[in-house]
Design a protein. Structure first.
Length: 352
């Protein structure tokens, strides 16, 4: 019932001032008095609940559970990317309605996702004037990553980059607090290749790499043929490249692996019963001006792991060299989709 109510509210363009004081339909929206606001966040476990019950095609990749996330606030949903804290207890997610969510996670003794803390925060992203976005067209945030020169534990220079599509741009937020997106944004200059993207085929994946460069990849569409445009910001200079798409899959997020490769989250949808999710890899060293990158299949994610429209990903490495891969789904504010947070463990990999 809650999903149906949300769907109707979005279709009717209900002013979001009812929620946090700002509207997504007015030319001069009232600004929220409190941003972020406290919200109630709940979860329930989905899919297999114990280790050893789910085999994945990659021998070192293990499934570690799924949480179905929910909140009574109509603005909750539409999450397109996320980041995790170094200790994996806190997460930050952005939505395609210009909101951000900060919450806390808990785990079972065996390492499975267990629950979320009920107390969470929901905020609205601000523009370069320090105001909320007047309409959704400008608020469609799709990719999130840490800014250059930030420490891995978010304690030093805790800045973040957020990429928007439709009006393609990247904003830098630095509130001074870890995993927070409050405050006025500053715009990052983009190459023409990233500003001329299709309206609904903009930047979907963004990642700070080990060498402090920023990897950016668009979703693309059929007008660009079998390629998605990408760019790498290194030492103040953009390096343009192309990413070769295979079949109907589109890139939606990226994470860095300990062996130096980039893990790409891809999804496909061509109608009922065609939803697919998989991981691919590309080689960072092959990113040069004008290069075409051909991804290698890493692993497909199939049932009984819960299916949905997975769009966001982050990877955290622990002190033992294992990596924890989190993916989050965009429910599109639809009554037939859900906000799922799934976790995978990748055992320590030898360096190339």
């Amino acid at each position: 019932m809650k999903k149906i109510i949300i769907f109707i509210l979005i279709l009717c363009c209900t002013p979001l001032s009812m929620l946090v004081g700002a509207s997504t339909e007015l030319d001069n929206p009232a600004q929220p008095e409190l941003n972020p606001i406290p919200i109630i966040l709940v979860s329930e476990q989905e899919g297999p609940l114990t280790a050893g019950t789910t085999e994945l095609p990659h021998p070192e990749l293990k499934y570690r559970g799924t949480l179905l996330l929910n909140s009574p606030y109509p603005a909750f949903g539409g999450f397109s990317d996320l980041l995790l804290s170094k200790d994996r207890k806190t997460f930050l997610a952005i939505s395609d309605m210009g909101f951000w969510l900060k919450g806390s996670l808990s785990y079972t003794k065996s390492g499975f996702l267990k629950d979320v803390e009920r107390k969470a925060e929901l905020g609205q992203l601000l523009n370069t004037e320090g105001k909320t976005f007047a309409i959704k067209y400008y608020a469609d945030s799709e990719a999130l990553c840490r800014a250059p020169n930030q420490s891995p534990d978010d304690t030093i220079n805790p800045g973040y980059l957020v990429a928007f599509e439709r009006v393609h741009r990247i904003y830098h937020y630095n509130s001074g607090e870890p995993l927070y997106l409050s405050g006025k944004a500053t715009a990052l200059p983009l190459p023409k290749q990233l500003t001329d993207l299709p309206e609904n085929g903009g930047i979907e994946a963004m990642l700070r790499l080990h060498d402090n460069s920023i990897f950016v990849l668009s979703e693309g569409d059929s007008s660009a043929g079998p390629f998605s445009k990408g760019a790498l910001l290194k030492n103040g200079k953009w390096i343009n490249f192309k990413y070769e798409r295979n079949s109907a899959y589109r890139p939606t997020s990226a994470g860095k692996l300990a062996n130096g490769k980039i893990l790409i989250l891809e999804r496909k949808y061509q109608g009922p019963r065609t939803l697919g999710t998989r991981f691919c890899t590309i080689d960072r060293d092959k990113i040069t001006e004008g290069a075409t990158l051909s991804p290698e299949l890493f692993c497909e994610i199939n049932l009984p792991i819960p299916r949905d429209n997975y769009e966001g990903m982050d990877i955290i490495s622990d002190d033992d060299g294992n990596q924890w891969i989190y993916i989050i789904s965009d429910d599109n504010f639809s009554p037939v989709q859900h906000t799922l947070l799934s976790l995978f463990e990748l055992k320590k990999q030898p360096a190339n």
